[in-house]
Ligand binder design. Structure first.
Ligand code: PLP
Length: 537
């Protein structure tokens, strides 16, 4: 990058901060990137200089806000290679952009016999949305396979995309595998069948040059907070004629042209899709983010991302206790690597890394079906951006040394003695052969997975409880505590559990791991309530 990493880092004061006694190493960029001064200065300029609503006021402030907000649309249109402002709709984020298309177009165009084609590496933002719209319209959903090397199987894509395909929604860069998908080829296959193509660019707009016309996407979606911009703003590119034909997604002020007591007509593009007061400062700040990235150069950003990913792959690949997901070293990647360390649950590992000032993410990264396919409950993801360095990756890899041993100290120092005790000596930590009921749970946000088994006596007493856990150490210890506590109690007690773990821990709740502590209680409560319900029927 012409602008060196140290010059870039000086634009991000947050990178100077410490976490505890440690210098922050921020490697959670695929979730949200940090924001440079050049972007958040926009807020001071806007709120200190020309804060007003857009499009409605005949006064100087409103005019200035309107011009800046409209120009922001031009700027983002240019950033993704759209032809004109009309093709750039501002939304809240990628999720809303996908919903806008699924509802505005999908609900009207899909029906029984039609198929929506997704990929096995789709983010829930796309997978769940299309799944629901397909259900409502009677359409089917098919998935393009991810092969062993973490790439899309293009031969399978050719089989799956056919005459019944009405929509193909494909993620450009996988937020879990780092794979860069051949969206142009997929768009060609889709268009040969007259299907619409939506490209989820949440991870590509921030990390590489995007040209929606070259890739021939009908729709392209992205989020500001993943590209050095603010939260609360995202974008939807759509081919003009398609946006013109589509129904609005949200109704209200701003998006109308003329309203009577019986009828309304719609404003021109892109305003037809921006109902109500929009995120004005956010839109203007997003344009500043596009300026910031273009100043670095998107080709340079892509190269930096790939270099860091390849470096991380080689450093992590030196270890035989690490399993890495996604394309092998040497294949272009976006700047992220998901992995697991033997014997340490991802959630525990991210706590240990946090202790060293290193921010990563653990869980299924909103790609639960992909994790199911990989047969893992979750993974740890380190993701990089323009300000990250190979030294930071070294710190990450070094911090994996001795993690398992440190976990023990970590738990004994941070948690109630009872958690530590149950961690060291879990009770009832095996399934039961003939349970009266089992309750399985998968906690998508952190990658916890486990199952409670219960043997219930004829009078409704809990005779035995057992559990199997692929969850973090804290959740597992709490599950163990609960099985011990509930033995001999009634099913009703289990079905009404509410805060017993807090009592067992004398109210000592850890800040960062609240969900791990309350999660198992909720699972038992639900399992017992469902069993009671079923027995009463
Ligand atoms: N698609 C992909 C590939 C993502 O990585 C994400 C966020 O992680 C989304 C969609 C959803 O983005 P947002 O939460 O900003 O709507």
């Amino acid at each position: 990058m012409d602008k060196g990493v140290s010059a870039i880092r000086s634009d991000f004061p947050v990178l100077e901060r410490r976490v505890g006694d440690e210098q922050l190493v921020y490697l959670d960029n695929a979730a949200t990137t940090q924001t440079p001064k050049q972007v958040y200065d926009v807020y001071e300029d806007f709120y200190g200089g020309y804060n007003a609503n857009v499009h409605r006021g005949i006064h100087a402030l409103s005019h200035e806000a309107s011009v800046a907000y409209e120009e922001a649309h031009d700027r983002l249109a240019e950033f993704v290679g759209a032809e004109c402002r009309e093709e750039m709709v501002f939304t809240k984020n990628t999720t809303e952009s996908i919903n806008l298309v699924a509802y505005g177009l999908g609900l009207n165009e899909l029906g029984p016999g039609d198929e929506v084609v997704l990929t096995e590496m789709e983010h829930h933002a796309s997978l769940v949305t299309w799944q629901q719209v397909a259900k409502r319209t009677g359409a089917g959903v098919r998935y393009i396979r991810v092969d062993e090397s973490g790439r899309l199987d293009l031969e399978h894509a050719k089989e799956v995309i056919g005459p019944d395909t009405a929509v193909v929604s494909v993620v450009h860069v996988s937020n879990t595998l780092g794979t860069v998908n051949p969206v142009k080829e997929i768009a060609e296959l889709a268009h040969d069948e007259d299907a619409y193509v939506l490209v989820d660019g949440a991870q590509s707009a921030p990390t590489r040059p995007v040209d929606v016309q070259k890739m021939d996407a009908d729709f392209f979606t992205f989020s500001g907070h993943k590209m050095a911009g603010p939260t609360g703003i995202g974008g939807l590119y759509g081919k003009r004629h398609l946006l013109e034909e589509m129904e609005p997604f949200l109704y209200g002020g701003e998006m109308i042209r003329h309203v009577t007591f019986s009828e309304s007509s719609w404003n021109g593009l892109p305003w037809k899709f921006e109902a109500g007061t929009p995120p004005i400062a956010e839109g203007i700040a997003l344009a500043a983010a596009a300026d910031y990235l273009d100043d670095i150069g998107m080709d340079a950003v892509r190269e930096h991302e790939n270099d860091l990913a390849q470096y991380a792959l080689s450093r992590l690949g030196e270890r035989d206790d690490v399993e890495i997901y996604g394309p092998p070293a040497g294949v272009e990647r976006s700047g992220l690597v998901a992995f697991n360390l033997d014997g340490v649950h991802g959630h525990d590992l991210s706590s240990l890394l946090n202790d060293r000032g290193i921010a990563v993410r653990a869980g299924d990264h909103c790609t639960q079906p992909l994790h199911d396919k990989l047969a893992i409950p979750g993974s740890v993801r380190a993701s990089f951006y323009v300000y990250n360095t190979t030294d930071e990756i070294d710190r990450l890899v070094d911090a994996l040394d001795g993690a398992r041993e440190r976990l023990d100290t970590y738990l004994s120092e941070r948690y109630h003695d009872r958690i530590y005790d149950h961690h060291r000596n879990p009770r009832n930590a095996s399934g039961l052969a003939n349970p009266s009921f089992t309750k399985h749970s998968e906690e998508t946000s952190c990658g916890d997975e486990g199952e409670f088994h219960a043997e219930i006596a004829a009078d409704g007493t809990i005779e035995r409880l057992g559990f199997e856990s692929r969850s973090c150490a804290v959740s597992t210890a709490v599950a163990s505590m609960l099985t011990e506590y509930l033995e001999g109690e009634t099913l009703e007690t289990a079905a009404e559990l509410d805060g017993v773990v807090a009592d067992l821990l004398d109210g000592e709740f850890p800040d960062l791991r609240h969900d791990c502590v309350v999660g198992p209680e909720q699972v038992i409560r639900e399992g017992a309530a469902e069993f009671l319900d079923a027995s009463e029927k």
